[in-house]
Design a protein around this ligand. Structure first.
Ligand SMILES: C[S@@+](CC[C@H](N)C(=O)[O-])C[C@H]1O[C@@H](n2cnc3c(N)ncnc32)[C@H](O)[C@@H]1O
Length: 246
């Protein structure tokens, strides 16, 4: 993975507020959890804690899990009463089983190997109570892969606490191991009147077909309960609601 979640964690915090509607995400996930009568939630890829304070303010028993120290440090400062654990979703062990797990913000896109997806779903299964719920979003390969324009530069601007930021990014197909894309981004900050480069992030992002996600869930003893189409800020995505079978 690139630098976005370590060296550039503060820039993520500054910019992504303006791309992502966290209030909308919170409503979607909290409504789903209420529908399945779950009040304990583990958020995997909890990032800088933008959903954490909303869950806590609404009486959910919330725990965050992320493998970036820098993202957790920002989350913990913003949400002092939040519990944020440092760990890898591919192999983690909570102190006690939990009623539900979310993987938010398309964090599953970083699991490039099938074995990584499999071990993540197995770890989640092992940390859920019987009939526990797993919800996550993923980029839909069917809709997204054919639209990638090689070489096209996309610019996003954002202002946060009086500072102007800009990001130029560019996607290209990477079919070496699956339906993936290279995502190269350069970040800038306005200092006096000039935008100055503050960092680069190069990552490989995985997209999935709905069918392969269903297979991973099935072999890890999850039953798919709902498939919800939900466009994200730059990607066509699906949200899956699955239930631990036993
Ligand atoms: C796209 S960000 C999403 C953050 C947050 N959910 C949001 O929407 O703003 C992905 C997050 O997942 C974390 N992450 C990536 N791979 C992970 C893994 N294998 N285990 C735990 N966290 C991971 C990153 O450190 C980062 O904070």
């Amino acid at each position: 993975m690139g630098n976005l979640y370590n060296d550039l964690a503060a820039v993520y915090e500054a910019m992504y507020h303006t791309f992502i509607n966290y209030e909308e995400e919170y409503i979607l996930y909290s409504d789903l959890l209420k529908k399945y009568h779950k009040s304990e939630v583990l958020e995997i890829g909890s990032g800088t804690g933008n959903l954490a304070h909303r869950f806590l303010a609404n009486q959910f028993n919330y725990t965050g899990l992320d493998y970036s120290k820098e993202m957790i440090a920002i989350a913990q400062e913003k949400v002092p009463n939040g519990v944020f654990l440092e760990g890898d979703m591919q192999s983690f062990q909570l102190p006690a089983p939990i009623e539900s797990a979310l993987i938010t913000g398309r964090t599953i896109s970083y699991l490039l190997q099938n074995e990584a997806v499999n071990s993540t779903f197995l770890s989640i299964h092992n940390n859920l109570k019987p009939k526990g719920i797993l919800c996550f979003d993923f980029i839909d390969a069917n809709q997204f892969i054919p639209t990638i324009a090689n070489g096209k530069i996309i610019t996003h601007d954002a202002s946060f606490k009086g500072v102007d930021y800009s990001r130029t990014s560019h996607w290209s197909l990477n079919l070496e191991g699956g339906m993936n894309m290279n995502w190269d981004a350069t970040y800038y900050k306005k200092i006096e009147k000039e935008f100055v480069k503050i960092g680069e992030d190069k990552s490989i992002i995985r997209t999935f077909t709905l069918n392969e996600v269903e297979i991973f869930l099935d072999i890890n003893q999850f039953e798919v309960k709902e498939v919800i189409e939900k466009p994200a800020y730059a990607f066509p995505t699906y949200v899956i609601v699955a239930q631990r079978k036993n």
